[in-house]
Design a protein around this ligand. Sequence first.
Ligand code: AMP
Ligand code: MN
Length: 328
Amino acid sequence: MRKLVSIQKVLDIKSIEGADAIEVAKVLGWSVVVKKNEFKVGDMVVYAEIDSVFPDKPEFEFLRPRKFRIKTMKLRGQVSQGICFPLDILPDGEYVEDQEVTDILEVVKFEPPIPKELQGLVKGTFPEFLVKTDETRVQVLQRQLTESKGDVYVVTEKLDGTSTTFYLHNDEFGVCSRNLDLLETEGNLYWKMARKYDIEEKLRKLGRNIALQGETIGEGIQSNKYKLQGHEFHVFNIFDIDKHGYVNPEEFNAIVKELGLNAVPVLDDVFIMHDKIDELVEYAKGFSVLNNKTKREGVVIKLRDHETGEGHSFKSINPEFLLKYGDD
Ligand code: AMP
Ligand code: MN
């Protein structure tokens, strides 16, 4: 679903006031600063989204000072998100518009590090009966937005922490970080959250194959932007393992209430979709419900009525947050 690096068309090129050597290209819904005259409108390029981490190879040497990572930047007053390369950085072959080339270029997604002492030990890979949490960026969704115009969505605040999944599957209780199933150890942050909220006991009471997915925030995580003491877990998805799909908002609310947990803050319960990407980015601006002095990371916008959730939600990141804190 989410393509970090793909073949895209340059939709527009504009000059930047006061800049001779650079200009700004429009690719998908992104503005990307490029070298002047390197590309023209209609050219196919290799476009890499922010969060891309390039391999340590000679052709990407110029990215070394940035640890090979693509971040939001501001150049001559122009916000730039992502990077464009000519197609010839790819191995010879046939390429088509929108084709994903992340793996061909050995690019991986940046994952913000969690402090060692909170990490713990690995039990295994992420269970295949669950779905990893992820959100596509609104900037690449023009076509889908146009198709969804008028549909009802729910908007929640995107919290900047670490993805946490608790599951009960055929009587086995487990705890996962974004990519891994974790062993129970004393210091492990994710298991601490499970114990703090008595998740195992609560899921066993529900007595069904189910997973709670949410964000753990607080001390030591992503600079604790909300200035919390200790840690908090906020649910954003509930996954029905037997149906292999997310429960709908009514069931979500009922379960969260029954288990006495916190959900991520709801900003709008009835958001009528429109297809203006710029406005959806603007909409992401604002302050956190959890701390009104902290800029919010953004919003996650999710289709209200869906049976099997995947591909029905996306994120819009607050550009002011990206510039203030960087992309992590
Ligand atoms: P990113 O943090 O940029 O990788 O965006 C996707 C991640 O946002 C998901 O994997 C979740 O861990 C996290 N997230 C934080 N708040 C929410 C929310 N309200 N709804 C869904 N996902 C969220
Ligand atoms: Mn995140």
